[in-house]
Design a binder for this molecule. Structure first.
Ligand code: AMP
Length: 298
């Protein structure tokens, strides 16, 4: 693989999920987990995070099998981050039932000398203060790509705005974009975000696709149309994995292709609970779905 490595921080979690298709307790999840598994299909991934002593062997095995570098994942006394969520019947809305930060409460990222030289970094959904701490450790970062969620917009807006200033590419979903910018009109929200720091903004719109905004363009990219939706958890981070995996191979000359790869990757994630769907994805299957998305755009 000639791809550049990607360093990623985010939650490594045990998720409890309820959808109209069923329910699962304490399965592997977390923004960093979905991201790492997705991006590892395309590029080497270096993970930064923390788990508790209760973190299952199954999680370590998964990272090992995917060749994900976990040398900067700390295991400390305490409980692994846990999140519970319930989806609306049509799976378009979700309610957080609980967020137990556990070991993330006192987490101080530490990054090895070698990993500090990584050029592409992904600041996945986690407290903005931790996203900033990772940024400070990596002066060599040439591309900072970040994501966030409603909780941090509610309680850590100021730090989030500092994250935005350091971000080159910002990923956010439509509801959160409206919440952060105070503007329901997505194009206007994208303009607001472009003025806040990033040079590229991607607004993820669930089954309605994604919008790619730069200073000179605003473009809509549809989703893969034939998915059987089971559990949308992790779709955003899997999208980021495919998207940044593309950039790690091709730089930013083809941002639209990167978004298409993100959309195709996420389309696998939503087909099973937790990681089940994404684990069925291989590079060829993703290429095939990319081609179908491209045809829809023509
Ligand atoms: P997504 O569906 O892409 O938004 O990501 C879902 C993942 O985010 C789940 O696996 C959760 O464990 C994780 N998650 C949920 N809430 C938080 C939070 N407040 N901070 C970090 N990760 C979270």
């Amino acid at each position: 693989m000639n791809a550049k490595p990607i360093l990623a921080v985010g939650s490594i979690a045990l998720d409890t999920i309820e959808t109209s298709q069923g329910q699962r307790d304490e399965i592997l999840g977390g923004s960093a987990t979905f991201f790492a598994v997705a991006a590892s299909l395309f590029a080497p991934v270096r993970l930064v995070g923390v788990v508790g002593t209760d973190y299952p062997e199954e999680g370590w095995r998964l990272f090992r099998e995917r060749g994900i570098d976990v040398s900067d994942v700390q295991q400390v006394a305490g409980s692994t981050f846990r999140w519970g969520g319930r989806y609306s019947r049509d799976l378009s809305g979700r309610e957080t039932l609980f967020t137990h930060l556990g070991v993330f409460e006192d987490f101080r990222p530490s990054i090895s000398e070698q990993n500090r030289r990584t050029e592409i970094i992904y600041l996945g959904n986690i407290q903005p203060s931790l996203q900033l701490a990772v940024c400070e450790h990596i002066p060599a970062a040439r591309r900072v790509i970040s994501d966030t969620m409603n909780l941090w917009i509610d309680i850590n807006r100021e730090e989030l705005e500092v994250v935005l200033k350091k971000t080159h590419i910002f990923l956010i979903n439509d509801e959160e974009a409206a919440q952060l910018t105070g503007n329901d009109d997505l194009e206007a929200a994208a303009r607001w975000l472009l003025e806040a720091g990033p040079s590229t903004v991607i607004i993820k719109r669930g089954h309605r696709g994604a919008s790619l905004a730069t200073d000179s363009a605003y473009k809509h990219i549809p989703v893969y149309p034939h998915t059987r939706l089971v559990d949308p958890t992790g779709a955003g981070d899997s999208f980021a994995g495919g998207f940044i995996g593309h950039i790690a191979n091709h730089d930013e000359s083809h941002l639209e292709e990167a978004v298409i790869r993100g959309a195709a990757t996420a389309s696998f994630t939503v087909e099973g609970f937790g990681l089940e769907g994404l684990l069925q994805a291989a590079a060829e299957g993703i290429e095939h779905r990319m081609e179908i998305i491209r045809r829809l755009m023509d």
